[in-house]
Design a protein around this ligand. Structure first.
Ligand SMILES: [Zn+2]
Length: 133
């Protein structure tokens, strides 16, 4: 039964576990669920996110091993997941299902999209004014 932790960035640590007792401790410590892993509709692992202290504290404790309990649908709440920025390829954590960009690229990408939209609008409605843009 696997329980492991690693540094995500700075003080943010990931805790991966297949042990229900570890999951309970993680929830009690206030760690957030980052991902859940299902195989054939059965929960087999959970990944949490939290500060280095809290994660290491849990990892260093010896918990009796019991498999994860399958949560009811209503109890499933994923607060964050990883997406690859489509502009620079960096991995970012997000809670939004439609996020495409990392914070660095977001501003530039939105500006690009806006420029393109304005240009298209002018092409369609005021082609004579386009030269002065
Ligand atoms: Zn990016």
């Amino acid at each position: 039964m696997i329980t492991e932790a690693w540094c995500l960035e700075n003080d943010v640590y990931c805790l991966f576990t297949q042990n229900e007792n570890v999951a309970i401790a993680a929830k009690e410590a206030g760690l957030k669920i980052m991902a859940d892993y299902y195989k054939n509709g059965k929960l087999y692992a959970l990944q949490f996110l939290g500060s280095e202290d809290k994660v290491k504290d849990i990892v260093n404790q010896q918990f009796p091993e019991i498999p994860l309990k399958n949560p009811k649908e209503a109890e499933r709440r994923i607060v964050a997941h990883k997406v690859k920025c489509v502009r620079c390829g960096r991995d970012v954590l997000t809670t939004a299902n439609r996020q495409k960009y990392c914070p660095n690229c977001r501003t530039k990408a939105y500006a690009e999209a806006h420029r393109k939209a304005v240009r298209n609008h002018y092409l369609k409605h005021k082609p004579d004014k386009l030269e002065t843009l």
